[in-house]
Design a protein around this ligand. Structure first.
Ligand code: CMP
Length: 136
């Protein structure tokens, strides 16, 4: 049975800065994801703080929000069957050092902070994150 889902993906500043946008989009497309919406933007630190609010008690929260707002990012709505899990598998482990071969973070990630991509971690959060960037 099909289980079409949408998830939010962000190509982070380290990857946009290295012109990896097209390569990363090709990795999504080659795994069968459709890119339904996309925009390149730079956000304020205050917006990053809202986006990452679930992490507000973590020691890395301030640096994380400073980083996400430090340069242009590409935000995308991806769609395919089981897109949330499929995106997490394609991204690989949060820390590129732990990521499997063939994953985006293994290929392009520099560090746990500069790990090139973000993806929603659940269907529920995907809805919230898609609304955050694309609600008009
Ligand atoms: P992301 O999937 O965007 O979600 C939160 C981000 O926090 C994560 O990717 C990492 O880039 C960053 N981060 C920094 N330090 C840590 C850590 N110790 N554990 C988890 N995430 C971290």
């Amino acid at each position: 049975m099909s289980n079409l889902e949408q998830t939010l993906s962000i190509i982070k500043p380290d990857a946009v800065e290295r012109n990896l946008e097209n390569e990363i989009k090709e990795m999504f497309k080659s795994k069968g994801f459709s890119i339904l919406k996309e925009k390149k933007i730079q956000i304020e630190k205050s917006e990053a703080e809202k986006f990452y609010k679930v992490h507000e008690t973590k020691p890395f929260y301030n640096d994380l929000c400073a980083y996400l707002s430090s340069g242009p990012i590409v935000v995308m709505v991806l769609e395919k069957d089981n897109a949330v899990l499929g995106n997490r598998e394609l991204m690989g482990a949060t820390n590129p050092e732990d990521a499997e071969e063939g994953t985006i973070r293994k290929k392009y990630g520099i560090s746990i902070d500069k790990n090139s991509v973000h993806g929603s971690d659940s269907v529920e959060n995907a809805k919230i994150e898609i609304d955050f960037f694309f609600k008009d």
